[in-house]
Design a protein around this ligand. Structure first.
Ligand SMILES: [Fe+2]
Length: 407
């Protein structure tokens, strides 16, 4: 009889597991199909990203056709022009082939305006411009937002335009990942239709999110991602170009790829890399950005590997601000070093998910896509949260820098 009960229980457990796996199969492993496409035979998807040294380095990337052709960037400043040869790569996706190009610019001068155009096989883009930031500003500002994941015809284009209009002098935009709904050409096209007139000028610093990955047992980043968003090659060994850091005069922003953490090897590599970055950052303002939050807006979700691995580092090295996404709700909580680390989860997407109830420990705001301004000087950082629909200030927290060195 006992044996019979045991066998029945085992069958019931196996059936329950099977049903659960079946119900989650699509969420875990199902990629939406990508329709066949042909990349345009003229430069498009032109993006400006910062190099490791924010004040003097930029990279311009673009796409053109599906075979490598002679490609150049022409840079003009003070009436003088220089033409630089681009490096190219052909990328195979599930729907087609894209040739991507990049040119990295060094020794750019603070405060100077540059204009540029790119060309491939003789086909030249429009001219764009950017101005390098002033070096000695008493206060600096950048803009942060979380997941965008807009559907076709959604509000993100209007939101991006407003952000640029309101804060044209911000140093950069930071995004915690999931810029697109799914990594297929149609969504990439849509994203560029909403943002490319801005991202040719405003440097973008973005993390990877799960929607930038193709699902599988070992998810892989969309092959277009690294060639579109070209970041410094100063990342962890297993995450070159998707984990990286960028230095400003008095601030280091460290971006960690969290969706590619599939095993102990990748987790250890990112941990060691982040620890080194934090040590080297010294007494700068320290901002860390990644996709999967250490503390969940939805109680049912937990990213324990992030909380147990990264949080002790963030606390130990006195990180001031932690920017996270993924959960389509807003939450702020504060760590154990006086008034920081300040952990933020946010999103700027038409999709909202249910949020946990507010508590003394966790400031929570649901159903309110937001953007954030971060203003900092030598002593103080001000983090402000605005509802993107009506620009109302919904949260505000100050962070003091002096706390960092007193532990
Ligand atoms: Fe996500």
């Amino acid at each position: 009889m006992k044996r019979y009960i045991k066998i029945t229980c085992a069958i019931a457990v196996a059936a329950a597991i099977s049903l659960f796996v079946k119900s989650r199969w699509n969420a875990w492993f199902g990629n939406i199909p990508e329709e066949p496409y042909t990349a345009a035979e003229a430069p498009d998807r032109i993006i400006l990203t910062p190099g490791e040294q924010f004040m003097s380095q930029r990279t311009v990337s673009w796409r053109c056709g599906d075979t490598l052709e002679p490609s150049f960037l022409t840079l003009t400043a003070d009436g003088d022009s220089v033409t630089l040869q681009a490096a190219g790569t052909v990328v195979e996706s599930r729907g087609g082939r894209d040739a991507f190009y990049r040119v990295s610019l060094d020794s750019l001068q603070a405060g100077k305006e540059y204009s540029y155009s790119v060309s491939t096989a003789g086909k030249r883009s429009a001219a764009y411009s950017f101005t390098m930031p002033q070096a000695d500003l008493p206060q600096r500002q950048f803009i942060f937002f979380g997941d965008v994941q807009d559907g076709f015809g959604g509000p993100s284009g209007k939101w991006f335009a407003k952000l640029y209009r309101k804060f044209p002098d911000a140093d950069f935009w930071a995004c915690a990942g999931d810029l697109v709904e799914r990594p297929i050409d149609a969504y990439w096209n849509y994203f560029y239709s909403t943002a490319d007139s801005i991202l040719t000028t405003m440097p973008l610093i973005t993390a990877t999110g799960n929607h930038d990955y193709l699902k599988s047992l070992y998810p892989s980043i969309d092959p277009r991602w690294r060639h579109t968003f070209v970041y410094p090659g100063n990342g962890a060994e297993t995450a070159m170009g998707i984990s990286y850091y960028i230095d400003l005069p008095d601030l280091r922003i460290m971006v960690v790829d969290t969706h590619g953490i599939n095993d102990c090897i990748t987790l250890t590599a990112r941990y060691r890399w982040l620890r080194k970055c934090l040590k080297e950052a010294g007494d700068k303002w320290k901002v860390v950005m990644y996709h999967h939050p250490a503390y969940s807006v939805r109680k049912s979700r937990n990213n324990l590997q992030i909380r147990n691995t990264f949080v002790p580092l963030l606390e130990k090295y006195g990180v001031h601000l932690v920017l996270q996404g993924h959960e389509h709700g807003y939450m702020r909580n504060i760590g154990t070093r006086g008034d920081h680390p300040v952990y933020i989860v946010s999103y700027m997407s038409p999709k909202s998910y249910p949020a946990r109830p507010e508590s003394p420990e966790f400031k929570v705001i649901g159903n309110t896509p937001m953007y954030h301004t971060i203003d900092y000087d030598n002593f103080k950082m001000e983090f402000r949260s605005y509802a993107v629909e009506n620009d109302s200030l919904v949260d505000h927290v100050g962070i003091s820098r002096l706390m960092t060195d007193s532990f």
